[in-house]
Design a protein around this ligand. Structure first.
Ligand code: CO
Length: 134
């Protein structure tokens, strides 16, 4: 059901420092910071030949990654995102198999303008999983 790895999201306490690390030390192509207020984050996209890394920094009062950064003060992998062809069919199969979909179960428009859902980390080896319809 899942297809390509769309991105790995890394929560970072210092977005400028993380961007410099990826751009100047690792030699990757990085985007300008993109505020995504509806998701409570500012994102820098690191474009790799086969996938993307997203550097996430909290934006606003109730950012979903603020608590994560309190626990992981140096930052850390926040979620992985897998592509699916049909997000509603994927959701229905996941729910049928007993996986927990976060929120109200309705896809939201993600940072790439595509519908996404998040799956409970306890059902997926301790890793928050995002699925994105492409
Ligand atoms: Co994501």
């Amino acid at each position: 059901m899942i297809g390509r790895l769309n991105h790995v999201a890394i929560a970072v306490p210092d977005l400028a420092a993380a961007t410099r690390m990826y751009r100047d030390v690792l030699g990757a192509k990085v985007s300008e910071p993109l505020p995504v207020p509806e998701h409570g984050v500012t994102v820098v996209f690191v474009n790799l030949p086969n996938t993307k890394v997203e550097l996430l920094h909290p934006l606003g009062e109730k950012s979903p990654i603020a608590g994560f950064l309190e626990k992981n003060t140096s930052g850390g992998i926040h979620h992985v995102c897998y592509e699916v062809d049909d997000i509603l069919a994927a959701r229905d199969k996941l729910v049928k198999e007993g996986a927990r979909v976060l929120g109200d179960g309705q896809p939201k428009i993600g940072a790439h303008g595509k519908p996404v859902l998040f799956l409970h980390p306890k059902d997926f080896c301790g890793t928050l999983v995002e699925i994105e319809q492409v």
